[in-house]
Design a protein around this ligand. Structure first.
Ligand code: URA
Length: 237
């Protein structure tokens, strides 16, 4: 977002304060447009040209960040379900309007690559099976994997319980008797656990190592990094 907008809308959009608090922030001299102190909450400015408490407005083009989701955190804005992934991110990201949200979800016990963004179109594009974003999971199961697993998952005929459409073909690499690497392009509810459970192999550990082109590199569990400056780069995953 680089077009000029009203300062009260801008401060609220980027999570600094509410629109009604903006008047007081400006009166207190906390907001500058370029070198000059802002005069009125209704003045317009380009976000990239505004400073708050001497610092440029954060992420004026939007946020796309990669979080290494640890086990024990839910992908929900509702803290009644336990610690949430949003507890691991800067509070101002949640105060933005719209706030950041995860691109798809990982179960509470699942670890690995999770993208978060404040760009609703991106969420829609990268969670739609039409867009075919590949996700790779490292899977450990409680029983030995069947010899024909790759064939079954690749067939495009695997029907999960309660569903009427088979899973799209998926690629699986058997790493050991009870470990596999699975690549899927869908994101159905508990999909990986249900695919393996359908073959008599309950999942005991699940880790997402890749989402599209994005991997963890050296991020520790609970850490995040900005992966793309939105608005400057095309939105291909
Ligand atoms: N599949 C699952 O079963 N769980 C996840 O969290 C992601 C994919």
């Amino acid at each position: 977002m680089s077009a000029p907008i009203r300062l009260d809308a801008l401060l609220s959009r980027f999570g600094y304060c509410t629109r009604s608090e903006a008047r007081a922030w400006i009166k207190a001299g906390r907001v500058r447009v370029g070198a000059a102190p802002a005069k009125s909450h209704s003045d317009k400015a380009a976000p990239g040209n505004v400073l708050v408490d001497g610092e440029p407005v954060e992420h004026p083009h939007g946020i796309l960040a990669l979080l290494h989701k640890p086990a024990g955190y839910v992908c929900s804005h509702d803290s009644a379900e336990g610690p949430t992934i949003y507890d691991l991110l800067p509070p101002r990201w949640l105060a933005r309007n719209p706030p950041v949200t995860s691109i798809g979800r990982l179960d509470k016990d699942v670890t690995g690559v999770l993208l978060v963004t404040d760009d609703g179109d991106l969420v829609h594009r990268w969670t739609s099976p039409k867009h075919k974003v590949a996700k790779i999971y490292e899977v450990t199961v409680a029983e030995n994997l069947p010899a024909n697993l790759a064939e079954i998952f690749a067939s495009g005929t695997l029907l999960l319980e309660g569903e009427d459409k088979p899973c799209l073909p998926a690629r699986v690499e058997i790493l050991s008797a009870r470990e596999a690497r699975l690549e899927i392009i869908e994101g159905r509810y508990h999909q990986v656990k249900r695919m393996f459970a359908s073959q008599g192999c309950p999942v005991v550990r699940l880790h997402r190592s890749r989402f599209g082109d994005f991997t963890l590199e050296n991020l520790a569990p609970g850490e995040w990094r900005i992966v793309m400056a939105l608005g400057k780069v095309g939105g291909e995953c």
